[in-house]
Design a protein around this ligand. Sequence first.
Ligand code: GDP
Length: 197
Amino acid sequence: MKRVQSVRFIKSAVSPDQYPQHSLPEIAFIGRSNVGKSSLLNALVRKKNLARISNTPGRTQLINFFAVGETCYFVDLPGYGFAKVPESIKKQWQPMIESYLYRNEHLACVVLLLDARHTPTRHDMSMREWLQAYHIPAIFVATKIDKIPKTKRRKHLKTIRETLGVQSTEPLLPFSALTGEGIQTVWKTIYNTTAAT
Ligand code: GDP
């Protein structure tokens, strides 16, 4: 998988019958609202506004599919834990995400984003538990690492690992969309995880 390829928005979907038909591996991205998911997606594909598509009104609560060259699909799953989202939408979220994760014939891995500054929330923990329960390979990314002084990074990463029960064999990758730190490692880990499935 080359690092930068042509990326195309394919479609938004709610239910499995609306997912695009293809035979490529899917890499899904999920995390709390505001965790830096759009910034990570834009940085990975080196497009300023790719993920803006996912943030346009009407699409923020949908599953958005992007084709990355001819090699894989990026799947932008709606963020969770956003206080301003109405209760009715919150109720739709869980079945929508669960049916995506269940229907995992294409799903190669899930990139779970965590804000490097904060202890993971109960929503982050639930997501971690789902991925384990469904045996989905996970890559953990600690976002906004530029906001943590270098001397404190190890401690923050340790807290995330311990709270989520991330094993030492599982990747927890520091990342900054601001400085570009970690971007190569995130790509390499996605590549290795996808190749292994
Ligand atoms: P999303 O809601 O998860 O898609 O989050 P966004 O990518 O829209 O980012 C939310 C906020 O965090 C924005 O104000 C971004 O500028 C900021 N942000 C995202 N990534 C980084 C980062 O790596 N470093 C810093 N300092 N800020 C970031």
